[in-house]
Design a protein around this ligand. Structure first.
Ligand SMILES: [Zn+2]
Length: 62
Protein backbone atom coordinates (compact mmCIF):
# COMPACT_ATOMS: atom_id res chain seq x y z
CA UNK A 1 0.00 0.00 0.00
CA UNK A 2 1.59 3.20 -1.13
CA UNK A 3 0.02 6.34 0.15
CA UNK A 4 0.22 9.35 -2.09
CA UNK A 5 0.75 12.62 -0.33
CA UNK A 6 -0.47 15.59 -2.32
CA UNK A 7 0.33 18.81 -0.51
CA UNK A 8 -1.32 21.98 -1.74
CA UNK A 9 -2.64 20.61 -4.97
CA UNK A 10 -2.60 23.31 -7.58
CA UNK A 11 -5.24 23.29 -10.25
CA UNK A 12 -3.74 22.92 -13.68
CA UNK A 13 -5.42 23.65 -16.96
CA UNK A 14 -4.45 23.28 -20.58
CA UNK A 15 -3.73 26.19 -22.85
CA UNK A 16 -6.41 26.50 -25.52
CA UNK A 17 -3.77 26.95 -28.21
CA UNK A 18 -0.61 25.02 -27.43
CA UNK A 19 -2.32 22.70 -24.93
CA UNK A 20 0.51 23.26 -22.51
CA UNK A 21 -0.21 22.42 -18.92
CA UNK A 22 -0.27 25.58 -16.87
CA UNK A 23 -1.35 26.42 -13.34
CA UNK A 24 -4.70 28.15 -13.18
CA UNK A 25 -3.21 30.87 -11.04
CA UNK A 26 -1.01 32.15 -13.86
CA UNK A 27 -3.32 31.31 -16.73
CA UNK A 28 -4.47 34.13 -18.94
CA UNK A 29 -8.23 33.86 -19.09
CA UNK A 30 -10.53 35.26 -21.69
CA UNK A 31 -14.27 35.29 -21.28
CA UNK A 32 -16.00 33.70 -24.21
CA UNK A 33 -19.60 33.64 -25.33
CA UNK A 34 -20.28 30.32 -23.67
CA UNK A 35 -17.24 29.58 -21.59
CA UNK A 36 -13.88 31.02 -20.69
CA UNK A 37 -10.70 30.14 -22.52
CA UNK A 38 -7.35 29.87 -20.86
CA UNK A 39 -3.93 30.61 -22.28
CA UNK A 40 -0.37 30.27 -21.09
CA UNK A 41 0.35 33.80 -22.26
CA UNK A 42 -0.58 36.64 -24.51
CA UNK A 43 1.21 35.00 -27.40
CA UNK A 44 -1.20 32.10 -27.47
CA UNK A 45 -4.09 34.41 -26.72
CA UNK A 46 -3.30 36.42 -29.82
CA UNK A 47 -3.24 33.27 -31.95
CA UNK A 48 -6.57 32.24 -30.53
CA UNK A 49 -8.06 35.65 -31.29
CA UNK A 50 -7.01 35.34 -34.91
CA UNK A 51 -8.66 31.95 -35.12
CA UNK A 52 -11.91 33.41 -33.79
CA UNK A 53 -12.00 36.05 -36.48
CA UNK A 54 -11.64 33.47 -39.21
CA UNK A 55 -14.93 32.26 -40.56
CA UNK A 56 -15.41 28.56 -39.93
CA UNK A 57 -15.92 26.47 -43.01
CA UNK A 58 -18.82 24.07 -43.29
CA UNK A 59 -20.62 25.58 -40.38
CA UNK A 60 -24.00 23.93 -40.69
CA UNK A 61 -25.90 25.88 -38.13
CA UNK A 62 -29.67 25.83 -38.35
ZN1 LIG B 1 -0.15 28.34 -24.95
Amino acid sequence: MAEKITPAKTEHIACAVCLKDIPASVAFSQEGDEYAQHFCGLECYDKWKQQQTEEPEGNDKG
